[in-house]
Design a protein. Structure first.
Length: 214
């Protein structure tokens, strides 16, 4: 029976039906299903399906945004029932669009996909300079710094993030991921970043691998 309810939560989330997701989460709790199971096998499982479909061009940005909204509503409903030990710490990512660049749609998608993998994401917003990335990584004991850029003129800030992380002595503890329209694997290798990913779904998968070794 519990499997059917968890599948229902996953399906409703994929359809972006936020009020129904909240209802189904309440129903699952009333039936005594563990909050952690609801989170992992219902909400996160549904978001994983959306991530795969997005990667395969089966769904597009609007569907991802609606599904992510439904996931967040479900998680908010679940939060009071999740004890500290219930949720496995999967890792922390500091994300932002680099200094001089105000584009945030790509960054927001990556953040949602990473949250959909159960990662904790600290979103610094847009126009973020190297120093702010480093300060936030230290403050939140982050596993990853993720930098986005849409303009070729702002790409060089990514190089500064790598340099500043080295200067700050955290380079061996923090993975640096980069992405955005003008970014390539060649540029990633050139500046010494750890990973370049071409889309939000892949970024989330790589981030989870970095954090959990899975």
């Amino acid at each position: 029976m519990s499997k059917a309810i968890l599948n229902e939560i996953s399906t409703l989330l994929q359809q972006g039906r936020a009020p129904k997701v909240v209802e189904a989460v309440k129903n699952a709790l009333e039936q005594g299903i563990q909050p952690r199971d609801i989170l992992e096998e219902g909400l996160l499982a549904g978001m994983n399906v959306i991530g795969e479909k997005f990667k395969n061009n089966e769904v597009f940005v609007p569907e991802v945004l609606i599904a992510a909204r439904a996931m967040n509503r479900g998680i908010n409903e679940l939060k009071p029932h999740l004890a500290d030990g219930d949720v496995e710490e999967r890792g922390t990512v500091v994300i932002g669009t680099v200094k001089g660049d105000l584009h945030d749609i790509g960054k927001n998608l990556v953040r949602m996909m990473m949250e959909g993998k159960g990662l904790t994401v600290i979103d610094l917003g847009t126009d973020v300079d190297a120093e702010r990335y480093i300060a936030a990584a230290r403050e939140h004991d982050a596993d990853i710094i993720a930098c986005s850029a849409l303009l070729t003129t702002t790409m060089d800030e990514m190089r500064r993030v790598v340099e500043k992380a080295t200067e700050a002595g955290i380079r061996d503890k923090v993975k640096i991921m980069i992405g955005g329209a003008p970014i390539t694997q060649q540029y990633c290798d050139q500046i010494g970043a750890d990973a370049y990913t071409p889309d939000a779904s892949t970024a989330a998968e790589v981030a989870l691998e970095f954090c959990t070794g899975a």
